[in-house]
Design a protein around this ligand. Sequence first.
Ligand SMILES: Cc1cc2nc3c(=O)[nH]c(=O)nc-3n(C[C@H](O)[C@H](O)[C@H](O)COP(=O)(O)OP(=O)(O)OC[C@H]3O[C@@H](n4cnc5c(N)ncnc54)[C@H](O)[C@@H]3O)c2cc1C
Length: 425
Amino acid sequence: MPDSLWAATAPSPASCPPLSGDRFAELGVVGGGFTGLSAAYHAAEAGAEVVLVEAAEPGWGAAGRNGGQVIPGLKLDPDNLEHRFGAERGRRLVDFAGAAPDLVFELVTRHRIDCGARRQGWVHAVHGRAALRLEEDRMRQWQARGATLEMLDRNQVAAVLGTDEYIAGLFDPRGGWLQPLAYARGLARAAQSAGASLHGMSPATRIVRNADGWRIATPSGNVIAKQVLLCTNAYTDELWPRLSRSLIPVTSYQVATEPLSDELRARILPKGHVSSDTRRLLSYFCMTPEGRLVMGGRGPIRESERREVYAHIVASMHKLFPETSNARVDYFWSGRVAVTLDQLPKICELGPGLWSGGGYNGRGVAMATAIGRLLAKCAGGAAADSLPLPPSKARPLPFHGLRGLAIGLAVAWKLLLDAWEVRRR
Ligand SMILES: Cc1cc2nc3c(=O)[nH]c(=O)nc-3n(C[C@H](O)[C@H](O)[C@H](O)COP(=O)(O)OP(=O)(O)OC[C@H]3O[C@@H](n4cnc5c(N)ncnc54)[C@H](O)[C@@H]3O)c2cc1C
């Protein structure tokens, strides 16, 4: 595992020896993040013989590096989803996305996963007046569907976050927090207990169709399976080029302070909320159970371990919480997020019995867990119509090779808009 606060504090991993020789299975899973682990768990629990191969170790990718914020819903609002997918399918998708955190917390409880999970709610902190109007509208849309979201005014949001940088905050009680690598390792154990075989240090190097299904080749053996799930998301390589070109991998960066004093802990996120803000280039932050403030945000598109790339995240932290200016920063780490052009996650049928899931646009703790369960259903023969998210084709994005340039321009533009909106409020 790369160095991070989560790697330093998670319980030890389950034993996942490399694949050795040929293994026949009903379901082969490639990738051991939340998507792959949830799929392996749910398929094994439903009685399937499952073999999962992971290039490094379960949780090595975004699953073991993220902010741990369990966020309900998708980037797109309920009305928009119902408009795009039609009233009935859209409503099912809205329900599915709104309930995704329930699945996470149920799994944690059922399998006694030791990951510090808490459900104090997520606050979408509002940076400007235009964003406030959108959040008010979003709140009404969810309330009309029975969710108990609430708008916090300037004073209330300052009290729950411990900063007066925001003009309001949309509080969503369905959200929460967990230590992400600990959760991934707990899911791995749950999948193994349900009967799935998990193999680390087993990168899939090729997938070829054969008479009975598919053969997944790794350096030390093959998985021969009727159905295969590609759960490699932002870390998808040339294994399935159409898939990697359908997603835009961007890097997100995080820092964690030393444990803060009791006085600071009583002021910053005192009730255990987690938060991300409404800026186009957002900041997100949480307090860990041991009192470290974790702050995340943008940086260079390609992963970089240079300390300078974290400077603006530390600067944002000091701006939001000036009392942390003297706090030591103990951890710096990054990971890849898979972004899609329409901001929707994707389930793709890449070939007969070959599926992929990903593209959570930075909201994958809950969504990847829920999509993993859907993929298990796909592999189990569920009709496409029964799924809340319709399967789509993996469509390579035009000019994918120039994405670095395009993202660079988009970032500059978004920074300008964010700064302008903050000045106008
Ligand atoms: C810094 C950061 C902060 C984030 N914060 C949040 C947050 O607070 N809340 C939230 O909801 N979401 C957040 N996200 C997004 C979330 O982490 C992801 O959406 C989620 O982890 C995706 O899970 P996954 O299983 O699909 O992919 P991953 O966890 O990335 O797993 C993919 C796995 O596939 C493996 N793999 C790749 N190629 C192969 C191969 N050829 N053979 C075998 N294995 C292979 C990789 O090693 C990797 O382990 C954040 C992401 C990052 C990077």
